[in-house]
Design a protein around this ligand. Structure first.
Ligand SMILES: [Zn+2]
Length: 264
């Protein structure tokens, strides 16, 4: 395999890796945005359920208190009738104590009922506010979730396609070179750099003139003395990925065009 072919294979691999990094970042962003809204919705649902449950409890207790107060009202009425029928002072005193006691119990329940009525009113208001918030988030999710999910699907499909291409690209790189590439990529994010005029395209350090001349002869790769990326020589900067094919080099002579079998 010629050095030029290896350079092309590495460039292809590197371009795919950069694209995969970009896709993963975008995917993460989309998933986070979607996830955040979902979490918010769940939290509001949970809050709403808690408010409803406590409102229900308070209403039950209030109804019990009202029933008790009603019963006490009846007892109080009887107690007053009893008081009217009393003959002796002792009977009068006892009946008065009973009436007083019942009146106090009745009042306690009235006060508690009023307190609860205030709390229940507040809870109803909380419930209304929370329902509004929940509905707003749900509406936002309804509008954006469909679009975001489609976007996530697209990005995932794109990433899967790039990974398949990557598998093919890896096969074009000699294993030893690939292992070096991966080691540097994992540490630096990108693993290759080039030089046109004696400086590293990635970290911009100047190379020793001798090292540059060796690279320029194009017989081997080097490693940047500063960033350690795999370095090679180029005539011109990488413009974009559009012109990849223009770099094709037939000089390695590994042509298989003559291998076709002619069976006439
Ligand atoms: Zn460098």
């Amino acid at each position: 395999m010629s050095i030029q072919a290896e350079i092309e294979a590495l460039e292809q691999l590197s371009a795919l890796d950069q694209e995969l990094v970009r896709l993963e970042q975008e995917l993460e962003k989309e998933r986070d945005a979607l996830g955040g809204k979902r979490v918010q919705q769940q939290q509001l649902e949970a809050k709403l359920a808690a408010i409803q449950s406590s409102t229900h409890d308070m209403e039950r207790v209030r109804n019990e208190l009202i029933t008790e107060a009603r019963q006490m009202g009846v007892q109080l009425e009887r107690s007053r009738e009893k008081l009217a029928r009393c003959r002796t002072e002792r009977e009068v005193n006892a009946a008065q104590r009973e009436t007083e006691e019942l009146r106090k119990l009745y009042r306690d329940r009235e006060i508690e009922t009023q307190k609860l009525a205030g709390l229940i009113e507040q809870a109803h208001k909380d419930q209304e506010d929370t329902t509004q918030q929940r509905d707003a988030v749900a509406a936002e999710l309804g509008q954006s979730a469909g679009a975001a999910e489609t976007r996530v699907d697209q990005l995932e499909a794109e990433a899967a396609a790039r990974r398949t291409e990557r598998e093919a690209a890896v096969k074009l790189v000699p294993p030893v070179l690939y292992r070096r590439y991966e080691m540097i990529r994992k540490r630096r994010g990108s693993a290759i750099c080039y030089t046109i005029d004696g400086t590293c395209s990635a970290c911009h350090i100047s190379l020793a003139p001798m090292a540059f001349q060796v690279l320029r002869r194009g017989k081997a790769f080097d490693q940047c003395p500063s960033c350690n990326r795999i370095m090679y020589y180029r005539d011109e900067p990488v413009a974009s990925n559009d012109g990849e094919d223009a770099q094709a080099d037939d000089s390695d002579g590994a042509s298989e065009t003559d291998a076709s079998e002619d069976e006439s």
